[in-house]
Design a protein around this ligand. Structure first.
Ligand SMILES: [Zn+2]
Length: 111
């Protein structure tokens, strides 16, 4: 149910930004490391939008792969989250990308 809370927050932000005009599309960026399942999130968002706005909203969830910067200087996107650095085999890394769960853009239909 974690995704429901996230969906509610995203829906409220998107509707607020639409400022009462009809929201037609929401583009999201969901990182591999965000801990959010894109499929569940879009399902909940669809339900919330149907309830709050009579017209449906197209929801597009763009997945962002995990990207790390290693202590050796290499930046990489592992096939699996727990794969080590491909250049030195180390695990001393920081996250560059993949933690986000945010609205990339919204589209509004002018009445
Ligand atoms: Zn390395």
């Amino acid at each position: 149910m974690h995704e429901y809370g996230v969906a509610l927050e995203i829906a409220e932000t998107a509707l607020k930004n639409a400022g009462g005009r009809r929201l037609s599309k929401v583009l999201l960026r969901i990182g591999d490391l965000s801990g959010v399942f894109a499929e569940s999130l879009t399902m909940y968002l669809d339900l919330i939008f149907r309830e709050k706005q009579k017209e449906p909203v197209t929801i597009v969830a763009e997945k962002v792969p995990a990207r790390f910067k290693c202590a050796c200087g290499a930046a990489y996107s592992p096939d699996k989250i727990f794969d080590p650095c491909p250049s030195c085999g180390g695990f001393d890394r920081t996250v560059i990308d993949g933690k986000e769960c945010s609205i990339e853009s919204i589209e509004i239909e002018d009445a």
